[in-house]
Write a protein that binds this ligand. Structure first.
Ligand code: EPZ
Length: 419
């Protein structure tokens, strides 16, 4: 397993391009199952999770060719309707193929995604919605078996706002008979990007980006061409990196308008973040002001930025409180940050961070995707050397983050396992 080694203290200076969104790409790949013909997606990020969803699709008989960020996906022939455990266990968003397979093939068998480091992450709302649309759902030997001659439109209300639950049922509804209404739907930009692709495929969708989405089912969908939106969480992570190193960077392809809550909070800490030409200028301040944050569904402060923001607060000039309301176990990074000298106390779903003068480099271990990002940015600011193991977590959701940071002047290198 690769490691990343960082010698802290370098200011980040220069320009860097934000890659395409992981969390927009994954449902859009699944949506290709709804279509006949060759889809063409641009700006797809080079990530482990993308390779995984591509393997899931190939396993279903779908033609998938990817190079230099462009993917051609042709699901005209779907010869298998099963997504096996060994693939789904590595990437839980694989469950998103279930609804499209039932809508297109009338039955599917997909491994139940287990829990993960940050929480149990059940999919009861996904299955509730498919059942409301007429699917017969059986849970057997760790698999979901679903079948329906034809899904029918339904009125569905989510008890909890769920991003992939909204995406999953929006996709299934496109080929259902009649109208589906999703209430308390997720409003994330990635939901909107998926809806825009589905509409290019011929789907009839109104309200994506609001909490009420209406889908009028159609008989079939055709292939489409689409450019994936930039990744707002990668962009936010790079902003935090600049904030931790008193950096001065310019982000190209930054989704500025999808990041209101993050930018607002980072400005409160003293950072300057403003559009500049085609990009966004990000300037870190000498003093990092302490700011409280509470994670919320979009347009609130995203849970996927919580760990990175906590690292910034660990070097702030005071006390800040971070409340995690989305997942029940998303403070795993705290122990590792404490080993670097951060002063953090946990009370339930709340973290109390007392800013310290400096963090010290240490050997730390990545445990989940965004926790590993929080350790990387901590290493940029820490005194001495930080060595992060199990960086495969990082590679799931960040395209060559170490190279991007090195390009901005960070003293960072990847040590291959065999070295
Ligand atoms: C998506 O996960 C993202 N992943 C996550 O990003 C992100 O953290 C999360 O949304 C919240 O924004 C992708 O888009 C691939 P949820 P998802 O369903 O859809 C509960 C990253 O780092 N819930 O919105 O799985 C659930 O337990 C990843 O890129 C149910 O109870 O999250 C959680 O408490 C991590 N039953 C809450 O809802 C369900 O059926 C929100 O989860 C579904 C969800």
């Amino acid at each position: 397993m690769d490691r990343i080694v960082i010698r802290g203290g370098e200011r980040l200076i220069g320009e860097v391009k934000v890659s395409g969104s992981k969390n927009a790409s994954l449902p859009i790949f699944a949506a290709s199952l709804l279509t006949e013909g060759e889809n063409l997606f641009h700006n797809v990020p080079k990530l482990r999770d993308i390779l995984t969803i591509a393997r899931v699709l190939k396993n279903l008989g779908v033609k998938v060719q990817g190079e230099n960020g462009a993917y051609r996906i042709d699901a005209t022939e779907v010869s298998n309707n099963e997504a096996p455990y060994d693939l789904v266990k590595t990437m839980r968003a694989s469950i998103l193929v279930l609804g499209p397979l039932v809508a297109r093939m009338r039955k599917a068998r997909v491994s139940l995604p287990g829990g993960c480091a940050i929480g149990a992450r059940p999919i009861n709302l996904h299955l509730m919605g498919l059942e409301a649309m007429g699917a017969k759902i059986d849970l057997r030997s760790g698999y979901v078996e679903a079948k329906a001659d034809r899904l029918k439109g339904a009125d569905i209300s989510f008890d909890t706002t769920t991003v992939t639950g909204t995406e999953h049922l929006m996709m299934a509804a496109t080929l259902a008979k009649g109208k589906t209404v999703l209430q308390n739907a997720a409003m994330e930009p990635e939901v909107v990007d998926l809806a825009s692709v589905l509409k290019k495929m011929g789907a009839k969708i109104e309200g994506a980006g609001t909490s009420l989405i209406e889908i009028e089912g159609v008989e079939s969908l055709h292939a489409a061409e689409h450019t994936i939106i930039p990744d707002r969480i990668e962009a936010g992570t790079l902003m935090v990196a600049a904030g931790l190193t008193r950096g001065n960077i310019k982000l190209q392809r930054c989704p500025f308008h999808n990041m209101e809550a993050v930018i607002h909070k980072l400005r409160e800490t003293g950072m300057e973040i403003d559009p500049e030409g085609e990009g966004v200028r990000v300037i870190g301040s000498r003093r990092i002001r302490s700011v409280d944050v509470k994670t919320q569904p979009y347009p609130g402060f995203p849970t996927d930025m919580q760990a990175q923001f906590m690292t910034l607060m660990s070097l702030s000039r005071g006390l800040s409180i971070i409340t995690e309301t989305i997942f029940e176990n998303r403070f795993i990074h705290v122990n590792e940050l404490q080993r670097m000298g951060a002063d953090i106390r946990i009370q339930g779903n709340t973290a109390i961070i007392q800013g310290v003068e400096s963090l010290s480099g240490a050997q730390v271990m990545a445990t989940d995707l965004r926790a590993s990002a929080s350790l990387v940015v901590a290493g940029l600011a820490a005194e001495g050397v930080t060595e992060i193991s199990r960086v495969y977590h990082l590679d799931r959701g960040y395209e060559e983050l170490d190279k991007k940071l090195a390009g901005l002047g960070a003293n960072i290198k990847r040590v291959k396992e065999e070295d």
